[in-house]
Design a protein around this ligand. Structure first.
Ligand code: DAH
Length: 343
C-alpha cells in the first residue's frame, strides 16, 4: 500500500506538471495519452489494485480515482486556456468584412442658415453684425427702450428673472441701447442672438429662440428709407414676387411702429392654412426709433432719426423650409438637422 501511494503521488505530481505546461492542443493530447491512456502509469497502477490486500483496496482505489479526476479537470481547463490564447492571437485587428458605417453629415442649423443669409443681405448694404449679452439688466432690456417696469411686457410671466436683479433678455433690442451708448452715429447694425421668454413650448413657441435685431441711425433717415430697406430685404430674401404689408402697431421703442407681413410663400396670397386664409405672414416688428430712446442713450433726438426692426429666424425658417412645428428646431434630432446639409 505504501509503495502504491508513493507511486501514485509521483505520477500525480509529474502528470499535473506536464498537463499544466502543455503549449498546444497536440501537446495536451499527448499528455492525455501519457497520463490517462491505456498504457498510462496511472492505468497500470489501477490495474495493480487487485494485488493489494482486500481491506486496503477501497481507499487506494479512491485515491487513484481522485488523481484521475484531477487530471481530467486539468486537461479540460488547460485546453480552454490554449484555445482562448490562440483565438486572441488569430483575431485580426479589424474585421475587413464589416460593412462600412455611414458617415454623419454635419449640417448648419436651419436657424443659423437663415441668420447668415439675412445678415449677408444686410451686410451688402452696409450693416455690420453686433452682439450683446444674453444676461441683461432690466435697465437695458426695458427701461432704456422706453418700457417702464410696470409695462405689461415686463410681467414676470414673460421674463426669466435671475438672482441679483438680472434677467435673461426677452429680445435683442437691448443691444440697440448698448451699441448707441458706445458709438456715435451713423449706425447700421444687425444683431443675431438668443432670447428667452416664459412661453409654453408648443408648435409655435419656444422658451429660447433666436432674434435678429436691426438698427439704422443717422441724420435725415426717414420712413421712406425704412420702408425701402425692408422692401429691399424682403425681395432679396423671399424673392422678387413677394410683397410686403406694413400694419400699424405699437412698440414702446418705436414711433410709429409697424408689424410687417410678407405675402404667403405657400399660396402666393390667395389664402391657405399656413396664412390662416389671410394671404399674409407676419415676419417682423419694426418702426422709427422713438426719440425717447435716443434721449436715454445720450443722442440728440432733434438731430438723429432712425429705424429698427426685430425678426425671428426660427419663424422665418419654418416658412422657408415648411417646418410645421418650431420644437423640431430645438430638439437636436440629427435626423431632422441632417436634412439641411448642403447637397
Ligand atoms: N423687440 C421686439 C420683440 O421682441 C421686436 C421689435 C419690434 C424689435 C420693433 C424692434 C422694433 O427693433 O423696432 O417683440
Amino acid at each position: 500500500m505504501a509503495d502504491f501511494l508513493t507511486n501514485l503521488r509521483e505520477v500525480e505530481e509529474e502528470g499535473a506538471e506536464v498537463i499544466g505546461s502543455a503549449a498546444t492542443l497536440d501537446d495536451l493530447e499527448n499528455a492525455r495519452i501519457e497520463y490517462l491512456g491505456r498504457k498510462a502509469r496511472l492505468t497500470q497502477l489501477l490495474r495493480q489494485l487487485p494485488e493489494l490486500p482486500v481491506e486496503e483496496r477501497p481507499s487506494a482505489g479512491a485515491e487513484a480515482n481522485t488523481v484521475k479526476r484531477r487530471f481530467q479537470d486539468l486537461l479540460e481547463s488547460r485546453s480552454a486556456e490554449i484555445r482562448a490564447q490562440s483565438r486572441a492571437r488569430e483575431a485580426p485587428e479589424f474585421d475587413p468584412t464589416l460593412p462600412a458605417r455611414a458617415r454623419w453629415r454635419g449640417a448648419r442649423h436651419p436657424c443659423t442658415l437663415v441668420i447668415n443669409e439675412i445678415c449677408e443681405i444686410f451686410r451688402e448694404i452696409g450693416f455690420v453684425r453686433a452682439r450683446g449679452p444674453e444676461v441683461e439688466t432690466p435697465d437695458y432690456n426695458f427701461i432704456k427702450l422706453n418700457t417702464p417696469l410696470d409695462h405689461p411686457a415686463t410681467d414676470e410671466h414673460d421674463t426669466f428673472y435671475l438672482p441679483g436683479g438680472l434677467l435673461l433678455r426677452t429680445h435683442t433690442s437691448p443691444v440697440q441701447a448698448r451699441v448707441m451708448e458706445k458709438t456715435e452715429p451713423p449706425i447700421r447694425i444687425v444683431v443675431p442672438g438668443m432670447c428667452y421668454r416664459r412661453d409654453p413650448f408648443d408648435a409655435s413657441h419656444a422658451p429660447a429662440f433666436e432674434q435678429i435685431e436691426g438698427l439704422a441711425v443717422d441724420e435725415g433717415i426717414t420712413f421712406v428709407d425704412f420702408k425701402a430697406t425692408i422692401n429691399y430685404f424682403v425681395h432679396r430674401f423671399f424673392g422678387a414676387d413677394a410683397s410686403t404689408r406694413f400694419r400699424p402697431s405699437f412698440f414702446p421703442f418705436t414711433e410709429p411702429s409697424a408689424e410687417i407681413d410678407v405675402s404667403c410663400l405657400l399660396c402666393g396670397g390667395d389664402g391657405c392654412s399656413a396664412c390662416k386664409g389671410t394671404g399674409w405672414l407676419e415676419i417682423m416688428g419694426a418702426g422709427m426709433v422713438d426719440p425717447a430712446v435716443f434721449e436715454n442713450v445720450g443722442y440728440d433726438p432733434e438731430r438723429y432719426t432712425g429705424f429698427a426692426f426685430g425678426m425671428g429666424p426660427a419663424r422665418i425658417a419654418m416658412l422657408r423650409y415648411r417646418v410645421p412645428d418650431i420644437r423640431l428646431f430645438y430638439e437636436g434630432d440629427v435626423r431632422f438637422l441632417e436634412q439641411f446639409a448642403p447637397a
